[in-house]
Design a protein around this ligand. Structure first.
Ligand SMILES: Cc1cc2nc3c(=O)[nH]c(=O)nc-3n(C[C@H](O)[C@H](O)[C@H](O)COP(=O)(O)OP(=O)(O)OC[C@H]3O[C@@H](n4cnc5c(N)ncnc54)[C@H](O)[C@@H]3O)c2cc1C
Length: 422
């Protein structure tokens, strides 16, 4: 690729760009997994790949992420195939069952429903892993697999044959395809003129971890309150769980102001029957509960993955699993190009990627939105329908299995790197 393939002329005094076939922008979990998945399918083909983004714990990283990610079995399979699972398994707790306790339906009280992985013949639905451990293990592996440019991208110029990226610190990169994984406020997405539809819910989500008296037995508990679900997810210590407490914005703010002991007491008031006494609570992070859908999943020589393309409320553990499927689908699309030659930024690659992702992204976005709104609404017919659904799920094993499969896997075939025994 030559400099003349780009639109705007570069500064004549500037040093020539470093040239790559593909540049992944953003060192969050979705970008890191994409870089590794592409490196995996490009092995032995001479494809030039790079990852652009500040390292997870570099000067630009803010605090330590208090979130964990419940990753479904297909996402865990992807991590196995990318060679990172061994480093992660010590941080991971299996999710063998999910218990839903309805605390929302005053008028139509529903029974407790327990979904067990063994009902589907699985040892676990997936594993719960702290984000910080996940990102660190992925970053260490990426640094061995592709060229890492540890700076933020500052500006993009799209040309016919490629994209030029100017980075913080003065470096310039040229790439035939850019994978935008730079998150919610993506520079790449806006440089390509891709609009988003975004919306807020009147809620926030507090993410933390805590220690408790009774063992969790690898069961995640979702307490469905009117303000939003309060979810505990097992950690490797049988007496420790992570927490995602979705609640009204004002209550969330007040909870964030509490001293650790008072927060533990507030949590215990909701969870005592499940966890027993709650002692130590870790650092808390508060996240807005919001949704975002990019109006297109591709732009000129650009594809979007992870939260750059879609943001879901943290309910039902869907967000990063969806981002991992973006990465693995893109690897499927690009594998034949790497192997047989061709332009990774061509229109057919871009449209093939967008077509393969649309249904999965749309069904998850709509599904999680409906689930959240069905809790928030005071509309009696919706509450009645929710209660009836929970009663049906408790009583009818086939319905329960259907719901579990729908939660675990996309409505489209899984990409190759997410299938066991590939
Ligand atoms: C409370 C909570 C709980 C959750 N629990 C789950 C769960 O259990 N299961 C699940 O699947 N999902 C879960 N999610 C969703 C999951 O956390 C997100 O989907 C995931 O962290 C998003 O990763 P990402 O890589 O797409 O984006 P980010 O993590 O936002 O990464 C974006 C990266 O881009 C970098 N960047 C930004 N601008 C630039 C630039 N100009 N140049 C270079 N780099 C740049 C940033 O530094 C960052 O590293 C949860 C979310 C929340 C809020």
């Amino acid at each position: 690729m030559t400099e003349s393939s780009f639109g705007p002329a570069p500064d004549p005094g500037a040093s020539p760009p470093l040239c790559f076939d593909i540049a992944v922008v953003g060192a969050g979990p979705a970008g890191l997994v994409t870089a590794l998945a592409l490196a995996r399918v490009a092995e032995g083909t001479g494809t030039r790949l790079c990852l652009i983004g500040p390292p997870p714990r570099g000067p630009a990283a803010v605090g330590r992420d208090t979130r964990t990610a419940a990753l479904m079995e297909s996402s865990v399979e992807l991590l196995r195939q990318l060679g990172v699972w061994q480093a992660l398994s010590v941080h991971a707790a299996p999710l063998q069952a999910i218990r839903i306790v309805d605390a929302a339906n005053a008028a139509f009280a529903a029974p407790e429903v327990v979904f067990r992985a063994e009902e589907l013949g699985l040892a676990a639905f997936g594993y719960n892993i702290p984000n910080a451990a996940l990102v660190e293990a992925l970053y260490a592996r990426v640094a061995e697999a592709v060229r890492v440019i540890p700076h933020a991208a500052r500006q993009l110029a799209f040309g016919e044959g490629g994209v030029r990226l100017d980075c913080e610190g003065g470096g310039t990169i040229a790439a035939r395809l850019v994978v935008a994984a730079d998150g919610r406020n993506s520079l790449c997405r806006s440089a390509a003129g891709i609009k988003v539809r975004d919306w807020r819910y009147p809620q926030c989500a507090i993410a933390t971890s805590f220690e408790h008296e009774r063992p969790h037995h690898n069961v995640s508990t979702e307490l469905h309150r009117r303000e939003g679900p309060l979810t505990t997810v097992p950690l490797p210590d049988p007496h420790a769980s992570s927490l995602v407490w979705v609640t009204g914005a004002a209550e969330g703010e007040a909870l964030m102001q509490l001293a650790p002991g008072a927060f533990a007491a507030a949590l215990q008031r909701h969870l005592y029957a499940v966890t027993g006494a709650i002692d130590t609570v870790g650092a808390r992070g508060s996240f807005p509960v919001a949704g975002l859908s990019a109006q297109a999943l591709t732009g000129p020589r650009l594809v979007l993955v992870g939260e750059t393309a879609h943001i879901l409320p943290p309910i039902g553990a869907q967000g990063l699993n969806l981002g991992f499927r973006d990465a693995a689908c893109l690897a499927d699309r690009l594998a034949p190009i790497f192997k047989h030659g061709g332009d990774p930024g061509s229109g057919s690659v871009l449209s093939g990627y967008a077509d393969s992702r649309r249904l999965d992204v749309m069904t998850r976005t709509v599904g999680v939105d409906l689930l959240n709104r069905s809790l928030l609404t005071g509309f009696l017919p919706v509450q009645a329908a929710r209660g009836a659904l929970l009663r049906g799920l408790k009583a009818v094993p086939a319905l329960r299995r259907f719901a579990m499969r729908a939660g675990l896997a996309p409505p489209t075939p899984l990409p190759s790197l997410m299938r066991a025994g590939r």
